[in-house]
Ligand binder design. Structure first.
Ligand SMILES: [Zn+2]
Length: 314
């Protein structure tokens, strides 16, 4: 007997033979077109915060509309109430991220300037065009994030204190889930780009790298069929990242890069296979349980970095 579609592994990196024209165009063109389009928009006015915000909003509206029209997994489409809850968490997280960035800028600029001066770290290639500079910030930041994220999954205290489990707790992934993080984790999420920016005195190129990261993280959580070849050599795709969100512990301990995949390839944590289901276990924790994850792992969680599986008696 054939298992129901939602219980079978779904590969988002393959097109069904009866795919519509829109599905085919999105599959072949969406991710490279978005990355090139966002870079082209940014470079027109590299430090314009309004353009920055509008570009980000536009990308999410486009992805949300496509997920509604041509979802890779129809059963992962968010019901309206769930979409609102995830959106609310994302907005709070975005605001906390802004506050965390402000705090870091206030308190880290002077010490990192001093470190740069002491160690003669005036190495940043300001004479390069802005796009290669932005790509350099992007891949350096992703290198730092790779190790933070790997530590979250390998060490229980880091998993708990970061609240990273809350991000993994959702059973249905859509682009908006990129922002569905525990608010305390934002203090870690913003750290890589801001430390590269402040340590090397980067300037305008850092904006481009952050925008590229935000767009990439939205695309890689999207519920769409996307091609992974060529672009997937350096940048991660939703096929690789959904595997990281798998409810299977071994699958979830792969693909730690949330925007770039190159560091997983370099450090041997790259994994590729279709995924049956996402989440931390067989059921999705409530919003309160997600918020309490720094203190208490939800019942049935199998993704936390511990040998002890939590199976409380009813
Ligand atoms: Zn993770």
């Amino acid at each position: 007997m054939t298992a129901p579609a939602h219980e079978r592994a779904v590969s988002v990196r393959h097109l069904p033979t009866d795919a519509s024209m829109l599905t085919r165009v999105v599959f072949w063109a969406l991710q490279p077109a978005l990355l090139l389009g966002v870079i082209a928009t940014w470079i027109a006015d590299p430090e314009n915060p309004a353009l920055f915000g509008l570009t980000f909003l536009g990308v999410h509206l486009l992805l949300g509309a496509l997920e509604y029209r041509i979802p890779a997994r129809p059963h992962w489409r968010h019901p309206a109430t769930e979409k609102l809850v995830v959106l609310g968490i994302a907005v709070v997280s975005f605001m906390v991220g802004g506050a965390a960035s402000g705090l870091y800028e206030t308190h880290l600029t002077a010490p990192l300037d001093a470190i740069r001066a002491t160690l003669h770290l005036d190495l940043w290639p300001h004479h390069w065009p802005l796009v290669p500079q932005a790509l350099l910030v992007f891949f350096l930041s992703e290198f730092i994030w790779y190790w933070i994220h790997r530590a979250e999954h390998r060490w229980t205290p880091v998993w708990r204190l970061s609240g990273h489990g809350a991000h993994h707790a959702f059973k249905r992934l859509n682009a908006i889930n990129a922002g569905a993080n525990h608010p305390i984790e934002l203090f870690l999420i913003v750290l890589p780009a801001i430390s590269v920016d402040l340590l090397f005195g980067v300037g305008a190129a850092a904006y481009g790298a952050v925008l590229l990261t935000l767009v990439q993280t939205a695309v890689v959580h999207s519920n769409l069929r996307l091609n992974s070849s060529v672009i997937g050599w350096l940048f991660t795709t939703n096929a690789w990242h959904i595997r990281h969100h798998s409810a299977d512990l071994a699958e979830s301990n792969t693909n730690y890069g949330c925007a770039a995949i190159i560091w997983d390839r370099v450090f041997g944590t790259f994994g590729d296979s279709a995924v049956v289901e996402a989440g931390v276990g067989p059921r999705e924790p409530t919003t309160l349980e997600k918020l309490l994850m720094p203190l208490r792992e939800p019942e049935g969680s199998v993704i936390a970095p511990t040998e002890r599986r939590i199976t409380r008696a009813p």
